[in-house]
Structures are given as structure tokens and as C-alpha cells.
Design a binder for this molecule. Structure first.
Ligand SMILES: Cc1cc2nc3c(=O)[nH]c(=O)nc-3n(C[C@H](O)[C@H](O)[C@H](O)COP(=O)(O)OP(=O)(O)OC[C@H]3O[C@@H](n4cnc5c(N)ncnc54)[C@H](O)[C@@H]3O)c2cc1C
Length: 475
């Protein structure tokens, strides 16, 4: 397994292909550091004997110890540990741990490459396992690039005016394929080792050129990342863990990118594009049953703390608000556990979380994101929005006034009151908070996509039969 230092050493040597705000930047640009800090923690905690059980696993390929963020689930226990690890890690970094998506994509590919081989006589699975071995042995960090830019949402890939609006194969050669197009909203891409591309939707026969899956180094020739960095507001003196972790998302352009065959895991098998798209979504939404409860934990902790600092921890509406937050966190987590316990073993041996429990959990988490922030905003009052900048707490002319007038419950220092409200301000009214909120709604698929998955898998006819039985309707 790698150390955080080894991860960064490799990262900083990558080809410069990342653009930010009009500049071509290196991966050692300090503005990327808060996102990189998140990934470093996935190495740090894996190296800590106290967290070894949670953060590491045994590779089913080599029998060696691997970081759990590179592991293919071999049991229901693996899925439960992944969920628990995700909640724990997201609590430590104050939000998205980001390293989940690469391994979610690899789990989906482990299933679909085998199913394709069984149905069509292709030989993708062996190829995939070779790549997985490389991924695990080098303890790599992967972005999953699933979301195409999609153009006109009502049209299929082959119907778009510009065929590049979904990523596609433009040439097949003896040694590999050439792809063109772009993938959107790729979190972690500027500080990932690898980009793992999978289809975003079901395809028809006419969409065969768009039914493609592969992996490339994130700095491969022809790959350009145009990114948006989202960092917490910097602190002057009042440093705190929440201010150290950020993220970045990329529009990843593939301009005639060559992919050697050993890295191609689907090429034209349109019949399996939908299965791969849905399976990645299932694994990723199952990861959300770990990360979203962690986000609720953070909001819940901040809500309870601010009520205590305000001197009203026992007020009935505070208790009600906290119970609402507990309900969201634990229903989502509980459904994630159910999805793990009810997982099915695929032909490849990989365990797949149960789809309905996974999707109801992700859906419920998504539609509650803004409500949870509303609860915190209500309990915190207006100060998170009007809190003077940190400089005023440091300036001798104003410091005394601010420390006097921020006081609430006796016995809590002015600094701790200030720390509490500055964190809540970061959680509620910063640009970073806005990005996290939208990610909470759309990451892993918009709520409508979860509804489609739930309705598509649920046996409503069975429920109609039940109603007929109870009503005494005999046909
Ligand atoms: C912060 C963040 C990070 C993300 N990270 C990643 C990542 O790392 N990798 C990745 O692959 N993706 C990532 N995503 C993408 C995420 O999965 C998508 O945002 C999501 O699937 C929605 O796609 P979209 O943004 O293109 O919105 P759209 O597809 O435009 O959807 C917006 C709305 O349009 C409507 N709509 C769209 N299509 C149709 C249709 N055919 N019929 C009817 N209505 C329709 C629906 O109401 C839908 O909710 C991330 C997203 C965010 C916000």
C-alpha cells in the first residue's frame, strides 16, 4: 500500500493538463491542496493500525492486504465495511471522501465484464482482472467519468446533432481504440491517478459506438481537464479541520485519446451499456448510504452544539429538529445496511447491493439535503450569515467588542463561540457549502433517476394482488 507522500510524489510528476480559471496549472498548485488533503487521509487512516480492519481488505486476486478503496466486494461483510468506512472517513474530512467512485466503477466492471464474456464470448474479464491487479498493487486513486455532457436530453447519443456530446469510439486499431467526447462533473479527476470511463445510460444498437468503457491515466495524451475548485474559506489564525479539506470537479475532454486494448472493458456491446451504467450507479448510491449519513452527522453535531451554546439545548423544538436529523441519517444508513445484507453474488463472485434498498436510501438522502441545512440555519440564527470576517476578531480596535458581544451561555469562551459560528457559516453560507448541497442532490444520479430505478425494480403487481386478496376480488 502507498503512503500519502508516495501518492503526492507521483501526482506532482504528471503531465500538466489541468486548466483552472484561464491558467494551465500543475497538480502541485496550492489551490488543489485541500482536495488532495482528503485523498491523503485515505492513505493515512489505512496505515494506522487502529483503523486497519476498516480501511484495508484482502485482495481476492493476490491475497495481499490492499486499501479498501481498491477492493472488489467478496461478501456482504465487505459491503457493510465499505459503508461503515465511508461514513467514518466522511466524518473525518467534513464531507465527501471522493475516493469511493473509482472503486465503485471497478466493482461494476468486475460484474459486467464477466457477464458480457458469458453472454457474448468476449474476453473482457481477464483483461479487467489484469488492470485491477495493477490498480491494487499500485494503490491507485480513480475518478469515475460516467456523466456525459448529453446535449439535448430528449435525444439518444446517435441522434445528437454533434456526435461528441456523448463520448464515443471514433477509430478501432489493431492495438487499441481512439475516443472523442467529454465527461462532466468529474470529482477528484485533477488529483486522481486514473480516469475510469463508463457509459451514462442504456444504449440501442445504433448507439454501439457510444457503448464504451475503459481506463486511462488522468494525464493521458489528448485528455484535458477544465476544472472548478471548491475549497473552504481560508482561515487566518483560527485553523480547524473543516478548513483543510476541499474538492475539485472537472469537465474532462477526450480529444482523440488512444486507449490500448488492455485498458478497454467495453467496446460496442450496446446491450450491456445500460447494465454497466446502472451497476455503477448502484454501487455509488450504496456509497452514499455511508457518506450522506456522515454529512447529516456533521449538521446534527453543529445543530446540537449551537443550541447548547445559545443556552437552549432542552427546548422542545431543538429536540424535534435533532430527531428529524437522526431519522434521516439512520434511515439512510439502515437501508444501506439492508442493501448490503440482501446483496446478491454475481457470476464474477462480486457482491452487488440490493437495488431497491440502495435507491430508496439515496433518494431519501437527496431530497432531504436542503431541509437538513434549513434545520441548522433555523437553530443557528442569523449570525452564520452576518459573522464579521476573521480579521475583525484579530484587529485590536474591534476584537474586544466582538469577543464581548458574541458571548452566549456563560462558561463557553469567546473563541469557542466564534469557532462554532465560523464552522456553521462555512456549512451554510459559503460557496463550498453551495457546491456540497448540489452534490448531495445530484451526485450518483438525480432524484428522478433513483425513482426510475426504484419503480423499475419494484414488484407493484404483487402489491395489487395483495389488495385484491384483502378486498375479496377473485378473478
Ligand atoms: C458536485 C458534483 C459531483 C459529481 N461528480 C461526478 C463524478 O465524479 N463522475 C460522474 O460521472 N458524475 C458526477 N456527477 C454528475 C451527476 O451524476 C449528475 O449531475 C447527475 O447524473 C445529473 O446529470 P446532469 O448534471 O447532466 O443533469 P441533467 O441530466 O441535465 O438532469 C437535470 C434534470 O433534467 C431533467 N432530465 C434530464 N434528462 C431527462 C430526460 N431524458 N427526460 C426527462 N427529464 C430529464 C431531470 O429533471 C433532471 O433531474 C457529479 C455531480 C455533481 C453536482
Amino acid at each position: 500500500m502507498r503512503t500519502a507522500e508516495e501518492y503526492m510524489e507521483k501526482l506532482f510528476k504528471m503531465r500538466k493538463n489541468v486548466y483552472y480559471d484561464g491558467e494551465l496549472i500543475g497538480r502541485d498548485d496550492p489551490r488543489l491542496r485541500p482536495g488532495i488533503n482528503v485523498i491523503c487521509e485515505t492513505f493515512n487512516y489505512a496505515a494506522d493500525p487502529q483503523y486497519e480492519e476498516l480501511l484495508t481488505a484482502t485482495s481476492h486476486l493476490t491475497g495481499k492486504k490492499v486499501n479498501r478503496f481498491t477492493h472488489i466486494h467478496q461478501s456482504t461483510d465487505d459491503l457493510l465495511k465499505k459503508q461503515e468506512m465511508t461514513r467514518f472517513m466522511c466524518q473525518r474530512v467534513g464531507g465527501c471522501v471522493q475516493r469511493c467512485m473509482g472503486i465503485d466503477a471497478l466493482n461494476a466492471l468486475s460484474v459486467v465484464t464477466k457477464d458480457m464474456d458469458n453472454a457474448l464470448g468476449t474476453s473482457y474479464h481477464e483483461r479487467f482482472l489484469n488492470y485491477l491487479r495493477y490498480f491494487q498493487e499500485n494503490d491507485l486513486v480513480g475518478n469515475c467519468a460516467q456523466t456525459d455532457v448529453k446535449g439535448d436530453r430528449s435525444l439518444r447519443p446517435h441522434q445528437q446533432e454533434d456526435p461528441d456530446l456523448y463520448l464515443r469510439v471514433v477509430e478501432k486499431r489493431e492495438d487499441g481504440i481512439v475516443v472523442c467526447g467529454a465527461k462532466a462533473h468529474n470529482t477528484i479527476a485533477p488529483y486522481a491517478d486514473e480516469i475510469i470511463v463508463v457509459p451514462t445510460r442504456m444504449m440501442t444498437e445504433k448507439d454501439a459506438d457510444w457503448a464504451v468503457a475503459f481506463a486511462v491515466p488522468a494525464d493521458a495524451d489528448g485528455v484535458t481537464q477544465i476544472i472548478r475548485i471548491s475549497n473552504p474559506r481560508p482561515r487566518k489564525k483560527l485553523d480547524a479541520p473543516i478548513a483543510q479539506y476541499g474538492s475539485a470537479d472537472s469537465l474532462t475532454v477526450f480529444d482523440h485519446v488512444f486507449v490500448p486494448w488492455e485498458r478497454v472493458f467495453m467496446c460496442g456491446e450496446w446491450q450491456f451499456a445500460g447494465q454497466l451504467a446502472l451497476l455503477f450507479a448502484t454501487y455509488h448510491r450504496h456509497s452514499y448510504t455511508g457518506c450522506k449519513p456522515a454529512v447529516t452527522d456533521i449538521i446534527m453535531g453543529a445543530s446540537a452544539l449551537v443550541a447548547e451554546y445559545n443556552g437552549v439545548p432542552k427546548a422542545p423544538h431543538v429536540r424535534d429538529a435533532l430527531v428529524e436529523l437522526i431519522t434521516v441519517a439512520e434511515l439512510v444508513y439502515g437501508a444501506g445496511i439492508a442493501a448490503g445484507v440482501k446483496a446478491k453474488k454475481a457470476a464474477s463472485g462480486t457482491y452487488i447491493p440490493e437495488v431497491v434498498y440502495t435507491n430508496v436510501a439515496r433518494y431519501y438522502a437527496g431530497i432531504n439535503v436542503y431541509h437538513e441545512h434549513e434545520i441548522l440555519a433555523e437553530l443557528a440564527g442569523g449570525l452564520p450569515a452576518t459573522l464579521p470576517p476573521e480579521g475583525d476578531f484579530l484587529n485590536d480596535d474591534t476584537k474586544g467588542y466582538l469577543e464581548k458581544y458574541i458571548m452566549r451561555k456563560a462558561g463557553i469562551s469567546a473563541e469557542n463561540q466564534h469557532r462554532c459560528f465560523r464552522m456553521i457559516s462555512d456549512l451554510l453560507v459559503s460557496a463550498h457549502a453551495g457546491v456540497k448541497q448540489v452534490a448531495g442532490v445530484h451526485g450518483g444520479g438525480s432524484p428522478i433517476m433513483e425513482k426510475i430505478a426504484i419503480y423499475g425494480q419494484y414488484d407493484i403487481e404483487e402489491k395489487k394482488k395483495l389488495a385484491k386478496y384483502l378486498a375479496g376480488i377473485k378473478e
